[in-house]
Design a binder for this molecule. Structure first.
Ligand SMILES: Cc1cc2nc3c(=O)[nH]c(=O)nc-3n(C[C@H](O)[C@H](O)[C@H](O)COP(=O)(O)OP(=O)(O)OC[C@H]3O[C@@H](n4cnc5c(N)ncnc54)[C@H](O)[C@@H]3O)c2cc1C
Length: 480
């Protein structure tokens, strides 16, 4: 590590958006520093997670690949090392965009450190960014608190990847935040091992109506059940949420709590050909505000109370889980909902519903608008307006302008809190890597041309940004 205080680009936060932003900025020739409050990189992907699904929605419902770039590169590298599985286009999930390209989150975390070194990203860990250095509306660096006290770092462009937008708010950015009680519940994720998967699969095959439907939604229930009965490896099912009869029995006996549903996601360890269960719907705490530390403290305590109930219930009621044990837990509760920083474009319902194209497209998404987590036994529900998918089994464009915060200069936003209406929240892992990679590439171009991120919105620069992204395998065109 170089002990330096002046950079072209500083990235605040080392989750999925931050690491992809830092690598893209460094690849663009910028002298780059990534600052992370923890000693660990990866965020929800491997530190607070594991998440239920990590590499999903990379294909649209028509089967076209729509997200590649950083996510494709890392999947390929992990596949070569046997720490990932090929994208699973099995019959059960086919016809849907909810298809998994499993990676082992622990090995993903190790790969990320390797990529930091390969790309000459300077790291400053164990360091909390507490403020920005600002002159009028322009940001010129950040203020950091760590074991050495207070430190100042200069940068031509700062990329805010904290997930919560804390730094952007201190810089004076406009944001939206729902009232406390309308926020999605927050969760401490955990992983169970020691499962007899043959027993679990036998139960599911005998009761295929007990898990939430996946795959092509035009199928009749009986067509879906038949596909489930034909599954050979439980990993083909990918996620299994529901288990309504089991959960209701546990509720009747006072063995399940009212805040979450039952179920889990498959977490493969490809090199050991071993499966674990990732649970991220089994503890959920509502009415917490991302900007209120008292709320967050209560959430940490309450999540752990719920996890104890959930693990005991899994062991008592879920077929195959009688000897299951807790093998990993997120180190802290992570937040599904929080501030969204308002930018020059606000991605919204209509973008998704119309499958809108933008001149400044920096990536694609197939993700529907309108689904929300709820803190009850259903776990997931539609918003008051319902849900909508892009038309024609296709995609919508993510415009560069959603990364550029209004009014403030020399700042880019990437990750969960990019500029979007709540219904079109770009918070899923693949989306945070798309916005991270684009913000990093854009920041490097700003440095190269001596322009601000807002000036980069001009068409000639956008074309150059898109060429850079295409050269890094980002998909911007050629798909529905
Ligand atoms: C419980 C839960 C389950 C989820 N499940 C899934 C799922 O199954 N699939 C999916 O695709 N998505 C899932 N998501 C969404 C997705 O995981 C997150 O939205 C995504 O990981 C956010 O990435 P990010 O880079 O924006 O932020 P994060 O991954 O949260 O990273 C932010 C980083 O910034 C650091 N940081 C914060 N503040 C500072 C500061 N002031 N100074 C320095 N560093 C700072 C943090 O320590 C962290 O490392 C889930 C989210 C939650 C909360």
């Amino acid at each position: 590590m170089v002990r330096d205080y002046k950079y072209d680009v500083i990235v605040c936060g080392g989750g999925t958006s931050g690491v992809s932003a830092a690598i893209a900025a460094a690849r663009g020739g910028a002298k780059t520093l990534l600052i992370e409050r923890l000693g660990a990189l990866g965020g929800q992907m491997n530190v607070f997670g594991p998440p239920g699904f990590s590499y999903a929605y990379l294909y649209n419902e028509a089967g076209e690949r729509v997200i590649d770039g950083f996510i494709g590169e890392t999947h390929e590298r992990l596949l070569k090392e046997n720490h990932a599985r090929p994208t699973d286009m099995n019959a059960y999930r086919s016809g849907s965009d909810y298809i998994f390209s499993f990676v082992d989150p622990e090995w993903w975390g190790l790969l990320i450190y390797e990529m930091m070194t390969e790309n000459n990203v300077n790291l400053l860990l164990h360091s909390l960014v507490v403020d920005v250095i600002k002159d009028g509306s322009g940001i010129h660096g950040v203020v950091v608190e760590n074991a050495a006290g207070r430190q100042y770092f200069e940068a031509k462009v700062v990329i805010e990847c904290t997930g919560e937008g804390d730094i952007a708010v201190r810089a004076g950015c406009e944001y939206e935040l729902l009232p406390r009680e309308e926020n999605e519940p927050h969760t401490v994720c955990f992983t169970l091992d020691g499962i007899n998967w043959d027993e679990t699969l036998a139960y599911i095959k005998a009761h295929p109506d007990q898990i939430l439907p996946r795959g092509d939604m035009d199928r009749t229930p009986e067509e879906r059940y038949e596909l489930i009965r034909n599954v050979k490896d439980i990993a083909e099912l990918g996620d299994m949420l529901g288990f309504f009869d089991i959960m209701n029995e546990a509720i009747k006996n006072g063995d399940w709590h009212p805040y979450a549903g039952m179920g889990f996601f498959i977490g493969p360890k490809p090199d050991g050909n071993h499966l674990q269960a990732h649970c991220q719907h089994s503890a959920q705490v509502p009415n917490l505000w991302s900007c209120d530390p008292w709320d967050l403290t209560y959430g940490e305590v309450e999540n752990r109370r719920q996890i104890k109930i959930a693990v005991n219930a899994f062991r008592k009621y879920m077929p195959g889980f009688q000897n299951a044990y807790l093998t990993k837990m997120g180190i802290e509760m992570r937040l599904r909902d929080g501030r969204r920083i308002m930018g020059d474009y606000v991605l919204g319902w209509d973008d998704v519903a119309e499958g809108r194209r933008h001149f400044d497209c920096i990536g694609k998404s197939t993700f529907s608008a309108g689904a929300v987590h709820v803190a009850d036994n259903r776990t997931i529900a539609a918003s008051a307006k319902g849900t909508v998918k892009p038309p024609n089994k296709g995609t919508y464009d993510l415009p560069y302008r959603m990364l550029v915060p209004r009014k403030i200069e020399n700042l880019l936003i990437a990750g969960k809190h990019v500029s979007a209406e709540r219904c079109a929240y770009q918070r899923f892992l693949q989306e945070t890597m798309v916005s991270g990679q684009a913000a990093g590439a854009a920041a490097a171009l700003c440095v190269k041309h001596g322009v601000t991120p807002r000036q980069l919105e001009a068409e000639n620069y956008i074309k150059e940004l898109q060429d850079v992204l295409r050269s890094q395998r980002v998909i911007l065109d050629g798909v529905r």
